[in-house]
Design a protein around this ligand. Structure first.
Ligand code: PMP
Length: 441
């Protein structure tokens, strides 16, 4: 049952073949294609609560949640009602609406470092626009990012490290000219000494440092408190902006995002700009970026930094986002979500230990990561030390037992408020069976 092709449902296979004739790789976003783990991606027909059903009628417990947005689970009645009502009023006007103002107010209420916010349609757009704003506001060109952090597919961010700190990055995608990435410096995550060195060498030219506070694109790796604190200090000293990309962590790890957790440990901590997405749209195309008034007022139509969008602040998307934020701001929501997520990780650890499989886990709120490693990694090279083929067997073993985790070892996972104790128990039992198979081979 861990042979990726043995349990392939027929209808998904047919659809995948048809899809590959008309869509590159058969998918509209690469990770969906199961390239890392092998086998055929499941074509999803519908979802409800914590469950997905594929085109063959097979049910899965969903730990991807559309890669983060579905914090209430699928088809939550409040979100569904808000979307249906908004759709009847109109899909898109290209003119301002009251609902956008309400959503902006709701976001700002929970994220005090943001005094103003602009709504866009994807995390990519939000990250790209935040970088342009940081460059416009500082009049500088250099951006610092970290190996293993993903901020969307804007040209200047598709970069891997150069050979040294004095040399800048190389594009990781064809179609990105070297001139476009010549201002992007890529450093190792959680490496304070490299950060110090980068600012010592380039401090006067650095517009911003952008980072995922808990990196969810290298599975689940927290920025250490000293690393976050040093990034904040260096940005302040050198007049650069600290951008936290909370597309994944915002309203996911806590109501105030990961920044609220660092603020508990670093006195006075706040980023300059915050990038949001995923949960704030509740599954509809919606993202945002924001920060201090003086910086945000550099944006058009007030200031010289251009940014725009036909569907920005879309009335149906904002209705879904608003309904979602109202549900998750109810008292006790995150305590329950975090308890469920911890139970899943604890169950996984216990099952692995019982079968003699090395496994470590971490989680915060409704976001988790687990590694087939003896200890938690601190950066991307350490994450990549995972035994890939072993992870792939775990993935397919779980999938065959109706448990759907991310089809790549460098992705975080998500629990929703719709996951029940029974879902967790079934998932743990499935994992234990797979760990037993892994320990035999
Ligand atoms: N930033 C982070 C931290 C992300 O995880 C993602 C998407 N996974 C993005 C930005 C890009 O968002 P989108 O896919 O909506 O463009």
């Amino acid at each position: 049952s861990t042979d990726p092709t043995a349990s392939t449902p027929a209808r998904s296979q047919q659809l995948f073949e048809r899809a590959q004739r008309v869509i590159p790789g058969g998918v509209n976003s690469p990770v969906r294609a199961f390239r890392a783990v092998g086998g055929t991606p499941r074509f999803i027909a519908r979802a409800q609560g914590a469950h997905l059903w594929d085109a063959d009628g097979q049910r899965y417990i969903d730990y991807i949640g559309s890669w983060g947005p579905m914090i209430l689970g699928h088809g939550h009645p409040a979100a569904l009602e808000a979307v249906q009502k908004a759709a009847l009023e109109g899909f898109s006007f290209g003119a301002p609406t009251e609902r956008e103002v309400e959503l902006a107010e709701e976001i700002l209420r929970h994220v005090p470092s943001m005094e103003m916010v602009r709504l866009v349609s994807s995390g990519t757009e939000a990250g790209m626009s935040a970088i342009r704003l940081a460059r416009g506001a500082t009049g500088r060109s250099v951006i610092v990012k970290f190996n293993g952090c993903y901020h969307g597919h804007a040209d200047s961010l598709l970069v891997k490290a150069g050979s040294g700190l004095a040399t800048f990055g190389h594009a990781t995608s064809a179609g990105v000219p070297p001139e476009v990435v010549q201002h992007t410096l890529v450093l190792e995550y959680n490496d304070v000494a490299q950060l110090d060195e980068a600012f010592a060498l380039h401090g006067a030219d650095i517009a911003c440092v952008i980072m995922e506070p808990i990196a969810g694109n290298m599975n689940f790796v927290r920025a250490s408190v000293p690393f976050m604190q040093r990034a904040r200090e260096l940005c302040t000293q050198h007049g650069a902006l600290l951008i936290l990309d909370e597309v994944m962590t915002g309203f996911r790890v806590a109501l105030g995002g990961a920044q609220s957790l660092y603020a508990q440990q670093i006195p006075g901590f706040a980023p300059d700009l915050t990038v949001l997405g995923k949960v704030i749209g509740g599954g509809m195309p919606l993202a945002a970026f924001g920060g201090p008034r003086a910086v945000m007022e550099q944006l058009a139509p007030l200031g010289p930094v251009y940014q725009a969008g036909t569907l920005s602040g879309n009335p149906v998307a904002t209705a879904c986002g608003l309904a979602t934020l109202r549900e998750i701001s109810r008292p006790g929501f995150y305590d329950r979500l975090a308890a469920r997520t911890r139970a899943w990780m604890q169950g996984l650890e216990d099952a692995a230990r019982a079968e003699g499989v090395p496994l470590v886990t971490d989680c915060e709120g409704g976001m988790f990561g687990f590694f087939l490693l003896p200890e938690l990694p601190q950066n991307y090279p350490q994450v990549l030390a995972t035994d890939g083929p072993r992870f792939n067997r775990l993935f397919h073993g779980l999938l065959a037992r109706g448990v759907y985790i991310a089809p790549a070892l460098y992705e975080a996972g998500f629990v929703s408020s719709a996951h029940t104790e029974d879902d967790i128990a079934q998932s743990v039992a499935a994992a234990r069976e797979v760990f037993r198979e892994l320990s035999k081979a």
